[in-house]
Design a protein around this ligand. Structure first.
Ligand code: IPM
Ligand code: MN
Length: 354
């Protein structure tokens, strides 16, 4: 197939991990006979530097003209005091593209047991998916400052909750059939509407075992017994926080990919980790999350299941053979660079696919 992909390398380690992901895609193209064309676009800090705004209109146009978007990371201390922050660009892009559901899969690979901070018997092969609402809630509500005070507001409509709720139920149906909705309904009115809406929706999915949980408890249960979760569906804020927590349970947040989707096949794919300005340019970044995000793109936007699986297996095998960047140290082996990690994954990919 031929596919056009919008590529937003972004800030910090974004360009470094993107380089490896594109090289992996080129290898996939050669091995499976596809042509991927990349169209670069600006976002975040780089966009502020070059155009004065975090989300140039051209970026939205380029993204809309492509089948999918790959994104590295945005943000950094350089732009912390800008009137319009880089992060606004990312939030604005998700909104402009109608990507209301964010899928963040987290699983413990056998080869990374040693890197997981939990005891082996507690972690024992968990495999969960966080579905995060992405274009509403407190990240998009009215905020401001007045007279030495500041406020942020959270609003959700039933429709916003139901559409991401459906994604949760559908993902659960396709997995192990269990959905946990996470909220703070003992305090927040938006959470009470969230819970009500999810419970109503659950009647339409009798094959899915539905439950709800308060977010403070969920944060604890994630480290107490992560294996109890299949799919978690939650609001923008809670999903942001819980997915970082789930990330470290996999061994490193540098392993966690994500897919932001809306109503069609179009999607935006980005690692959950940020721009990591402290290690940018040092070659220490872990390209796995970016590469695994590209695999999600192959599967979800382009329907290339075998290709996605081949990439995922290649990552798994490279890790299994002890290829580790500095964020996931393995006793007795020296950490390798971002570029070397990418090479090792491509070598495995070639070996697997042939
Ligand atoms: C994420 C990031 C972003 C978010 C930031 C950079 C705006 O933390 O994708 O998890 O909060 O969505
Ligand atoms: Mn985050």
């Amino acid at each position: 197939m031929r596919a056009e992909i919008a590529v937003i390398a972004g800030d910090g380690i974004g360009p470094e991990v993107m380089r490896e992901a594109l090289a992996v895609l080129d290898t996939v193209g050669e091995l499976f006979g596809h042509t991927f064309t990349y169209r670069e676009a600006l976002l975040g800090g780089e966009a502020i530097d070059k155009t004065g705004e975090p989300l140039p209109q051209r970026t939205v146009t380029v993204c809309r003209s492509c089948g999918a978007v790959l994104l590295g990371a945005v943000g950094g201390p350089k732009w912390a005091d800008c009137a319009r922050r880089p992060e606004q660009g990312l939030l604005g892009l998700r909104l402009a593209l109608g990507l209301y559901a964010n899928l963040r899969p987290a699983l413990l690979r056998q080869s990374l047991m040693d890197a997981c901070p939990l005891k082996p018997e507690v972690a024992a092969g968990f495999d969960l998916l966080i579905v995060r609402e992405l274009t509403g809630g407190i990240y998009f509500g009215k905020r401001g400052r007045a007279d030495g005070a500041a406020f942020d507001t959270e609003e959700y409509t039933e429709e916003e909750i139901a559409r991401v709720g459906r994604v949760g139920f559908e993902q659960a149906s396709a997995r192990r059939g269990r959905l946990c909705s996470v909220d703070k309904a003992n305090v927040l009115e938006t959470s009470r509407l969230w819970r009500e809406t999810m419970r109503k929706l659950s009647a339409e999915y009798p094959a899915v075992e539905y439950g709800d949980m308060y977010v403070d408890n969920a944060a604890m249960q994630l480290v107490r017994r992560p294996g109890q979760f299949d799919v978690i569906v939650t609001s923008n804020l809670f999903g942001d926080i819980l997915s970082d927590e789930a990330g470290i349970l996999t061994g490193s947040i540098g392993l966690l990919p994500s897919a932001s989707i809306g109503d069609g096949a179009f999607g935006l794919y980005e690692p959950v980790h940020g721009s990591a300005p402290d290690i940018a340019g040092t070659g220490k970044a872990n390209p796995c999350a970016m590469i695994l995000s590209a695999a999600m793109m192959l599967r979800l936007s382009f329907g290339l299941r075998d290709e996605a699986l081949a990439v995922e297996n290649a990552v798994e095998q490279a890790l299994g053979l002890g290829a580790r960047t500095a964020d996931m140290p393995l006793a007795g082996t020296a950490p390798i660079s971002c570029a070397r990690m990418g090479e090792r994954i491509r070598a495995k990919l070639t070996a697997v696919a042939r």
